[in-house]
Design a protein around this ligand. Structure first.
Ligand code: CA
Length: 223
C-alpha cells in the first residue's frame, strides 16, 4: 500500500493505523514521487491526498488512469470540498474520505477497496436518491455525502432495508440498542431528528416520517 501525503504526521498516523491491522505501507511525500510509486504497479492500494506539492492528487489520479493503471485509489479530501470530491471520482478514484476521518472509517474503506480492487464498493443500500455504505456509514445523495454515527447508521440501515415500509418503534429500539440498554423512547425520536437534519443537509428528496402508534419509515417527497 502506498500513502501519498505531504503532512508527515498524518502520513505516519495512517501508516501506524494500517500496521495495527498488519497492513504494510510506504509513504511518498509529494505527487511526483507518489505517481512514480503508483506506476511501479507493486501496490495494491494508493491512499492519495489531494493537496500535494509538485503534482496535486487529482493530477496524479489522471495520469495514473490515463496510463491504464487500475490500482484502487482512496482519495483524502478536505471536508466540504464537493468539487474536489466530484473531480476526484471523475478522475477515477474509487472512494474518497473527507478529512478529518475516524480511524475505523479509514480502515473500513481500505478493507473494502482491497476486497474489490478497482470497483466501487458494493455493500450499499439505496432508497430514492440515497445511497448508504453500510460499512463506512457514509450516506450520499448525488455529489453530497455525510458521515452517520454508529446508531444513525443502524437506524438508517433498518429504514432503507424495509424499502419504505414502516418499522415499528420496538423493533428499532431492540435492534439498535438491544434489550439490555434500551433507552427511553424519546431517544429514538431524537435520533430520527438527527437523521432528518442530515437528509436536509444532503438535499435528499427522501424524508423520515413518523407513523403514529406504529413507528418510522422513509418516504419520497412529492416533487
Ligand atoms: Ca496535503
Amino acid at each position: 500500500m502506498r500513502i501519498v501525503e505531504d503532512e508527515e504526521r498524518m502520513a505516519l498516523t495512517i501508516q501506524q493505523l494500517l500496521s495495527t491491522q498488519r497492513m504494510m505501507s510506504d509513504i511518498a511525500s509529494d505527487g511526483e514521487a507518489g505517481l512514480d510509486a503508483a506506476m511501479s504497479g507493486i501496490y495494491d492500494l494508493i491512499i492519495l491526498d489531494i493537496m500535494l506539492p509538485k503534482l496535486d492528487g487529482l493530477e496524479v489520479m489522471h495520469r495514473l488512469r490515463d496510463s491504464g493503471w487500475q490500482t484502487p485509489v482512496l482519495l483524502l479530501t478536505a471536508r466540504g470540498s464537493v468539487s474536489d470530491r466530484v473531480r476526484g471520482l471523475n478522475a477515477g478514484a474509487d472512494y474518497y474520505l473527507p478529512k478529518p476521518f475516524a480511524s475505523s472509517e479509514l480502515l473500513a474503506c481500505v478493507r473494502a477497496l482491497l476486497r474489490r480492487p478497482g470497483e466501487l464498493r458494493a455493500d450499499t443500500l439505496s432508497y430514492g436518491d440515497l445511497t448508504l455504505s453500510t460499512e463506512t456509514g457514509v450516506l450520499s445523495c448525488g455529489a453530497e455525502s455525510i458521515q452517520l454515527s454508529k446508531k444513525e447508521l443502524e437506524l438508517m440501515r433498518l429504514l432503507m432495508g424495509s424499502g419504505g415500509a414502516p418499522v415499528d418503534r420496538e423493533t428499532l429500539l431492540l435492534k439498535v440498542w438491544g434489550y439490555d440498554s434500551m433507552p427511553e423512547s424519546n431517544v429514538l425520536d431524537a435520533y430520527m431528528s438527527f437523521l432528518r437534519k442530515k437528509l436536509q443537509h444532503l438535499r435528499s428528496h427522501v424524508e423520515v416520517t413518523s407513523r403514529r402508534q406504529i413507528g418510522y419509515c422513509l418516504r419520497e417527497k412529492e416533487a
